[in-house]
Design a protein around this ligand. Structure first.
Ligand code: KG4
Ligand code: ZN
Length: 339
């Protein structure tokens, strides 16, 4: 049997310090995620200074642990891949510096990876097969976008949020209801116990593929300000409204682009409600694919898969590449130097 190649991937764009060893066929050999959630919970959101400090604390331990779990040595690595953006500057800097230092010390190629593209590749880890053309729905704490890909890596951004991402709206509604960060999973669970009894808006429902979630979040706040709310019911009404928006836009994209697959990635794709809503047949005959739950939220395995693809199609990246906090998705006319 021919020996598979492996790379080390590092992710530190927000509040997860993560490292993984990934094979060139996207099989995950080891994946370690050190979450900072407990440090940020009481502040109601990620505090950038605390996040970068904790990445500095955790980084070496996470890298050592993933190498040990994979029983891999530095000599066996084909490259080191790392998220260079988008994300929090101080958080990104820690992972990028670690990756550049390891590449220098071990004489390995450096591979710069776009975090958003990492999420798109999360559905292809561990042997999952994706058929193109595909429509992606990326729903996370930082992003909400619909993307068309005629083939792997050739992206056309159909729509994105004009204000809050859907995960951010979940977290803010949770905070209004008195729950700690990140409240998305709590709201999702609570919504199973309530009734859709509040009338909430579906912003931009019929307007192309762009989203807006801040109006929905404000409408929830206005209901809360009236007093006497039933938390379960407000959670249900909010989740139903959000799901309506996401599924309506996806249906429109499927109709227009007729893809083989619909791929739903990012933290909010963990939601069992979203998973069942999008697999109830309402999208038509298309194959609906989700990453396994452990790869829905931020992790380095997805950076490893995107890194392999980047490395094999474009080669190593320049090691004087800076961090790119506002990086967007590479679009269909990507040039060799683009991510
Ligand atoms: O992908 P991710 O880890 O980070 C970003 O790249 O932003 O996503 C985190 C987001 C948070 O907003 C969190 O509340 C949300 O994903 N989330 C959920 C669920 N699990 C995580 N939202 C709804 N239902 C869930 N079960
Ligand atoms: Zn993410």
């Amino acid at each position: 049997m021919d020996k598979k190649q492996i790379l080390l991937a590092i992710e530190s764009s927000c509040d997860e310090t993560a490292a993984a060893i990934v094979q060139d066929d996207f099989t995950v050999i080891s994946s370690v995620v050190s979450s900072q959630i407990a440090l940020h919970a009481k502040y109601g959101g990620v505090v950038p200074g605390i996040a970068s400090r904790q990445h500095v604390v955790a980084m070496n331990g996470v890298i050592k642990e993933t190498l040990e779990k994979a029983k891999a040595t530095p000599e066996e690595l084909s490259a080191v891949a790392v998220t260079v953006g988008p994300g929090l500057p101080g958080s990104l800097a820690t992972g990028i510096s670690a990756a550049k230092a390891l590449c220098l010390a071990w004489s390995k190629p450096f591979v710069a990876v776009n975090h958003l593209e990492g999420h798109l590749f999360s559905a292809e880890l561990d042997g999952a097969k994706v058929e193109f053309p595909a429509i992606y729905l990326l729903v996370s704490g930082g992003h909400c976008m619909i993307v068309y890909a005629a083939e792997r890596g050739k992206y056309k951004l159909l729509g994105t949020t004009r204000d809050d991402s859907v995960g951010e709206a979940y977290d803010k509604v949770a905070r209004e209801l008195g729950f700690e960060y990140p409240g998305g999973p709590i709201i999702d669970k609570l919504s199973l116990q309530g009734k859709d009894s509040y009338t909430l808006p579906r912003p931009m429902l019929e307007q192309g593929y762009d989203f807006s979630f801040s109006g929905l979040k404000s409408a929830v706040r206005r209901e809360i300000d009236k007093g006497n709310i039933v938390k379960e019911d407000i959670a249900t009404s909010f989740v139903v409204a959000s799901m309506d928006v996401l599924s309506t836009k996806l249906r429109k994209a499927v109709k227009e682009y007729n893809p083989h697959s619909v791929i739903v990635v990012g933290g909010v794709s963990k939601s069992p409600i979203l998973r069942s809503k999008l697999t109830d047949g309402s999208l038509g005959k298309v194959n609906v694919i989700f990453p396994s739950l452990k790869y829905s939220t931020d992790n380095a395995a997805m950076i490893g898969a995107a890194g392999w693809w980047q490395f094999k199609t474009n080669g190593a990246s320049s090691d004087n590449i800076p961090m790119m906090p506002n990086l967007s998705l590479p679009l269909a006319d990507r040039k060799v130097d683009d991510l």
